[in-house]
Ligand binder design. Sequence first.
Ligand SMILES: [Zn+2]
Ligand SMILES: [Zn+2]
Length: 158
Amino acid sequence: MPVPVRGEVLVRVEACGVCRTDLHLAALELPPRQPHVTPGHEVVGRVAETGPGVTRFEVGDRVGVAWLHSTCGQCRWCRSGRENLCPASRYTGWDAEGGYADLLTVPAAFAYALPEDGDACELAPLLCAGIIGYRALRRAALPPGGGSGSTASAPAPT
Ligand SMILES: [Zn+2]
Ligand SMILES: [Zn+2]
């Protein structure tokens, strides 16, 4: 039974997607960082317990857990909003126990608030594939309306 430490929440898993990275781990193409670690990093669930100091979530809140499990919060990458480059980053299902389980813990700062509506199995892939696509869209820095080459005036599909 995982126990949330300071700043963490305990999450009861509703659904967990399968990412290609999980298959790399299962095939040992990506060496495990923890022996017998539980994979799974596209987690949809509900907060079952809050650790000391957690104010962001309450028991029963719907949350998502993604690949990035925690970072140092102090290096230049963390301070510039590029915490995915943090040399001390830890990953769900690689360094920390993942979502192919009934319960897992995650730092509250790295849990995503999820809407009440939406099927858990449909939300789960957004926690990895969705984040990657969203990041690519943001980095593309498209102007409002999509910029030149916009298909806004294209005929509607039939
Ligand atoms: Zn993934
Ligand atoms: Zn850092």
